[in-house]
Design a protein around this ligand. Structure first.
Ligand SMILES: *[C@@H]1O[C@H](CO)[C@@H](O)[C@H](O)[C@H]1NC(C)=O
Ligand SMILES: *[C@@H]1O[C@H](CO)[C@@H](O)[C@H](O)[C@H]1NC(C)=O
Ligand SMILES: *[C@@H]1O[C@H](CO)[C@@H](O)[C@H](O)[C@H]1NC(C)=O
Ligand SMILES: *[C@@H]1O[C@H](CO)[C@@H](O)[C@H](O)[C@H]1NC(C)=O
Length: 706
């Protein structure tokens, strides 16, 4: 390589030296002709007024004479090109050339490529004569395009037998047959392009050195015979063979015999409607097989059609082939396929058959399933392909999948554009696959601009560089956001926190439960208040019923005699007296304070109970435990019998435990209602009831209720 490069640089330098010398000798400083555009090394000359070939500056290596008035090319027409020993490529296109003098090319010395195109008036026999004086020392390629020749005489290239010509392009003509014997003497010819003619027959003997042969876009009805009579190959060096766009019908399994080195076979657009067993098995080195657009439609592929151990690339798009109309084993005999294009065919609707069809391709690296009418796609379809790096599923109708990309960690390119995908979420791709992906195309899908998209939108914030054209993705749903760019849709977590109807039920239940509990607590807590309130209502009610206030307070020195035990003394003195005496102005008989000292207790009690209009009994656990108090109660109960129960005000200061409840107390409590002291909320009510009762006159007859 380095040697070649050095050699090339050296020869260029030599050229420039010669040119400079030459120009110097000539004494002329050549500029680009007014009919030409000189750009870099290229000169394009055109215009019907151009009837000569001008001189070119020394930098020009390519001269293109297109659409000029150079219809008659005489002996000296190219004289000015003789100054340019450096002109390597000459293009004569569209010049209405009618004649070329046999010596016309003689002065062009360094030509490597000659192109004569679109010269409908030029007779190939005239050209053939001119070829004799063409300098062929450096000539490598000859392009004869679109000249509408109807035949290719056998001696056309006879003058090239001493040349090193490598490439001959004869396209866009009308000849019907080619006998390649005419190329036999061209011992350097490796590339022969005979595309786009009207060739029906081709005899390929004479192409021993050929590496590439293109016969596409002709009228071949069958594949040429590659074998000699001795069963040897006419084209032992052929590697690339293009037979596309011909009328070739069925292929037998001898069709491709004697092609020992063919690596690429292009059969695109041929008419074969069925591919039989072992058609390509005779190609020991085939790597690339192109069979797109064949059959129109392709109806049948036999089980062993692709029986080949060398095949690595199979392109069979646009065949409208129904894969469910054949065996699922068609790829079972070409396990080395790395690149497979099945676009525009119909993959099986049966998902297990779909999966089965592709499963043998364990070496797959690139898979194209675009436009295959896929709606449902099998789970873990790609999981067996450990080397796959590119998957194209665009132009299908895919809207969901499950476990499709499980363990496909080799994947770097994924095409899912033009499908029916509405939502991408964290279940769409495994985390490690998202990590390995370099490009992901989801364009032209009908995205939902709803909260379901929030995961994907968050993902794009960090990995937008992986997404192809993300800023063009549009919403389809809901209708009011249709056409909005997904990129501009910003749902917030608050809006999108999912509301489960369950939650409503749970919260409802919890709420009502709480309310019920609250009510119960309230009832329990306020039980005494409620009782006290009812008590007060009764007192007031009875008052309204018109019991007369017996204004006989003078008969009594005290409004009430208070019975209490020692332990409750604090409360009686600090609260009860304070409230009833100090604030309400009633007078209470409190034994600690009012009993006459020196008198027996029993006497005192009798005396003072007599002097009191009512009896207040302050009850509590301590009260119940105290025998003394019990005894006092006994005494006051005497009074009860005489004056009726109305006389008593029973105050439950603290609840009495059942174990302390004595029969005295029980009968006392049973004889009438009691009010219960509670501090806080119900305290006011309690005092109101106490005052009401104390102020209430004694019934006559005694009030049964109180
Ligand atoms: C083209 O060249 C011919 C002679 O070769 C001449 O008669 C004719 O006038 C030319 N056409 C133009 C447009 O210059
Ligand atoms: C050579 O080129 C010059 C202009 O560059 C032109 O005037 C002359 O006619 C040309 N000679 C021939 C023989 O065409
Ligand atoms: C597959 O092709 C090979 C030759 O490449 C052949 O020997 C073999 O028999 C073929 N298999 C079948 C099942 O036809
Ligand atoms: C996926 O890969 C994990 C770890 O590499 C492996 O344990 C698991 O079996 C694989 N699952 C499938 C379905 O291949």
């Amino acid at each position: 390589m380095i040697f070649c490069y050095t050699a090339r640089v050296f020869s260029s330098v030599m050229f420039i030296v010669i040119i400079t010398q030459f120009n110097h000798v000539n004494g002329s400083n050549i500029t680009c002709d007014k009919h030409c555009i000189c750009e870099g090394t290229k000169a394009l000359c055109s215009g019907v007024s151009l009837h000569y070939v001008p001189k070119f500056p020394p930098s020009i290596t390519l001269v293109n004479l297109t659409h000029t008035n150079l219809s008659y090319i005489g002996e000296h027409t190219f004289y000015n090109l003789s100054f340019g020993m450096y002109i390597g490529k000459l293009i004569l296109r569209d010049n209405y050339i009618t004649y070329i003098h046999p010596k016309a090319f003689y002065n062009i010395s360094a030509l490597r490529t000659l192109e004569i195109s679109n010269q409908h008036q030029l007779d190939i026999i005239v050209l053939t004569k001119a070829f004799f004086n063409l300098q062929k020392r450096y000539l490598k390629a000859l392009h004869l395009r679109d000249n509408k020749w109807t035949n290719l005489p056998a001696d056309t290239f006879i003058s090239f037998s001493t040349s090193k010509i490598q490439k001959i392009v004869i396209t866009g003509n009308n000849f019907k047959d080619v006998n390649c014997i005419m190329f036999e003497q061209l011992t350097s010819l490796t590339n022969l392009i005979l595309s786009d003619n009207s060739i029906k027959d081709v005899y390929v003997k004479g192409l021993k050195t050929l590496v590439k042969l293109s016969l596409d876009s002709n009228r071949l009805t069958k594949v040429p015979k590659w074998c000699s009579n001795l069963d040897l190959s006419h084209v032992p060096n052929l590697q690339h063979l293009n037979l596309g766009s011909n009328n070739i019908g069925d292929l037998g399994n001898n069709t491709f015999r004697c092609l020992p080195n063919v690596q690429l076979l292009n059969l695109e657009g041929i008419n074969t409607g069925r591919i039989q067993d072992n058609v390509f098995s005779s190609l020991p080195h085939i790597k690339t097989l192109m069979i797109s657009r064949i059959g129109n439609p392709l109806k049948k592929i036999s089980e062993f059609a692709f029986n080949s151990t060398s095949l690595s690339t199979l392109q069979m798009s646009l065949n409208n082939f129904h894969f469910d109309r054949t065996t699922s084993k068609i790829f079972a005999y070409c396990p080395d396929i790395e690149y497979l294009d099945l676009s525009q065919n119909f993959m099986p609707r049966n998902l297990s058959m779909f999966k089965e069809t592709l499963r043998p391709l364990s070496n797959l690296q690139k898979l194209i399933l675009a436009g295959c009418g896929i709606t449902a796609i099998p789970e873990m379809l790609f999981t067996p392909f450990k080397k796959i790096w590119s998957i194209n599923l665009s132009q299908n109708k895919i809207f969901q999948w499950k476990n499709l990309f499980l363990n496909v960690t080799s994947l770097t390119m994924l095409e899912l554009s033009v499908n029916s995908i509405t939502v991408i979420n964290q279940t769409s791709f495994p985390r490690e696959v998202l990590f390995s992906l370099k490009t992901l195309n989801l364009g032209f899908n009908p995205f939902s601009c709803t909260c379901d998209q929030i995961w994907f939108l968050n993902w794009t914030k960090h990995f937008m560089n992986k997404l192809v054209h993300f800023k063009n993705y549009k919403c389809k749903h809901p209708p009011d956001l249709a056409g909005k760019l997904l990129y501009n849709y910003h749902p917030t977590v608050e809006i999108c926190t999912p509301w489960n109807p369950f939650n409503t039920i749970i919260i409802g239940l919890a709420g009502s439960g709480t309310i019920i509990v609250l009510i119960i607590v309230l009832i329990v807590r306020c039980q005494s208040n409620i009782k006290n309130y009812i008590y007060l209502l009764r007192v007031s009610y009875n008052k309204r019923r018109g019991y007369l206030t017996l204004d006989n307070d003078e008969d009594f020195e005290y409004n009430a005699f208070v019975v209490y035990c020692e332990e409750d003394r604090d409360w009686v003195h600090k609260k009860f007296i304070k409230r009833v005496e100090n604030e309400e102005g009633l007078k209470l008989c409190i034994h600690h304070r009012d009993f006459e000292i020196g008198q027996p207790i029993i006497g005192n009690i009798d005396k003072f109970v007599e002097k009191s209009r009512k009896v207040v009994v302050i009850m509590s656990n301590d009260f119940a435990k105290s025998e003394w108090c019990q005894w006092e109660v006994d005494i006051v109960q005497e009074k009860h019998r005489r004056l009726g129960r109305d006389v008593f005000l029973l105050v439950m200061l603290k609840n009495i435990d059942s174990k302390h409840m004595t029969s005295h107390l029980r009968s006392l409590l049973a004889s009438g209602h009691h009010i219960k002291y509670s501090s806080g909320v119900g305290e006011d009510l309690f005092w109101r009831a106490v005052i009401e009762v104390l102020k209430k006159p004694l019934g006559d007859p005694p009030v049964a209720l109180l």
